[in-house]
Design a protein around this ligand. Structure first.
Ligand code: PLP
Length: 389
């Protein structure tokens, strides 16, 4: 099918909730993607931090192939091994409590919202400006962005929004607070790391009032910032984290992982999901977690993140660079939308814009130094073209 045929099908048959760029990808391997005409692209977006190990990582592909021909689905009315093993491994590699599985980041946050509300009945949830926690009703209610929320009012009650500042956050937490939800690095609002002081203030306020501290690690988790979970670099240990995106190595799975305090809040009947941690996605996630939870790989993420950030800083039309590990964003003096289009269509470099002048880079954690240099060369040319537009 040609691209124009796909566009025609989309216009007649698909609800228009996405603004797609005019490229059809048909194959991926490592940091590379190919379109239907055989053009090769360098992927510095990773399906928005999903294919963190590169496209079709051999360990993930092997695990899926092995499982998919044996057993695909039984439901959570029965036992299957991959999900149980995945839960044990996730818990051991993070907060030491228990795991609830689901299928996406928004669902992981829905589970977290229900969990903390059950732990403190009727309690408020405190979130900060700039947050993005997903698009289902609970997660959207925790996402204080007018354009995303307004058409869908009324939202879920009981969410309080404060500035991402220690004083404001501390003042908002009291004995009626069920939880504070924070992204250690805000992703969708443009890769804004929250300060360690803010995270520490949140921890202290939650401790003082018996509230839960939940970190949304949907985008920052699975090695993206140079540690398996971003919280490990902050000195603050939350009571729960939500994870999705890269967890399945490219397949859809989400998880709410707790520490011991919240591990036994849910009882049978409280929450559930038909597909959650089915054997195929759980096998994929186990493989992805085993590859990612490797000190050598995580050290490389830090190293390559420094190299990439320094290279970006030297490019024309880049006024500043921010982020952690391989989760980076640049402020530009050219329109980010134009740059993303030029980068994709002329330079065959995949990026995305998170604001009018902000471009985000989420390359595979497995990328090489030479691919970082190649991306910088392509980006430099795209910046020049965007300036001339
Ligand atoms: N939380 C964060 C921090 C995210 O970045 C996202 C998606 O971008 C979500 C939640 C929602 O995840 P999903 O799109 O899988 O529902």
């Amino acid at each position: 099918m040609t691209l124009s045929e796909l566009k025609e099908l989309e216009s007649t048959s698909v609800m228009s909730s996405y603004a797609r760029l005019p490229v059809e990808f048909v194959r991926g391997e490592g940091a590379r993607l190919w379109d239907e005409q055989g053009n090769e692209y360098l992927d510095f977006l990773c399906g928005i931090s999903v294919t963190n190990l590169g496209h079709c990582h051999p360990r993930v592909v092997a695990a899926v192939r092995e499982q998919v021909g044996r057993l695909m689905h039984t439901s959570n009315l029965f036992y299957t091994e991959p999900g149980m093993r995945l839960a044990a491994r996730l818990s051991a590699a993070s907060l030491g409590g228990k795991v609830f599985f689901c299928n996406s980041g928004a669902e992981a946050n829905e589970a977290a919202i229900k969990l903390v509300r059950k732990a403190r009945r009727g309690g408020d949830l405190v979130v900060v400006h700039g947050a993005f926690h997903g698009r289902t009703y609970g997660a959207l209610s925790a996402t204080p962005q007018e354009a995303k929320q307004a058409p869908f009012a009324p939202l879920v009650p009981g969410f309080r929004v404060v500035a991402p500042e220690p004083g404001a956050l501390t003042a908002a937490v009291d004995e009626r607070t069920a939880a504070v939800f924070l992204e250690p690095v805000q992703g969708e609002s443009g890769v804004n790391p929250l300060s360690d002081e803010l995270l520490q203030a949140a921890r202290a306020a939650c401790d003082a009032h018996g509230a839960a501290l939940v970190f949304d690690e949907v985008q920052t988790g699975m090695g993206r910032t140079g540690s398996l979970w971003a919280y490990e670099q902050t000195g603050v240990v939350p009571d729960a984290i939500t994870v999705a995106k890269a967890l399945g190595g490219g397949l859809p799975i989400g998880a709410l992982i707790t520490g011991p305090r919240l591990a036994d809040v849910f009882v049978p009947g409280d929450h559930g999901s038909t597909f959650a941690a089915g054997p195929v996605v759980a096998a994929a996630a186990l493989a992805a977690l085993e590859v990612t939870d490797d000190p050598a790989l995580l050290a490389r993420v830090i190293d390559l993140g420094h190299t990439l950030a320094a290279g970006l800083q030297r490019l024309p039309h880049v006024s500043s660079v921010r982020g952690r590990g391989l989760m980076l964003a640049c402020e530009l003096d050219v329109p980010a939308g134009d740059l993303v289009r030029h980068a994709l269509l002329e330079q065959r470099l995949v990026l995305n814009a998170t604001g009018p002048a902000t471009v985000r880079l989420l390359p595979p954690l497995t990328i090489g130094h030479d691919e970082v240099e190649e991306a910088l060369t392509r980006l430099s040319a795209a910046l020049d073209a965007a300036k001339d537009k």
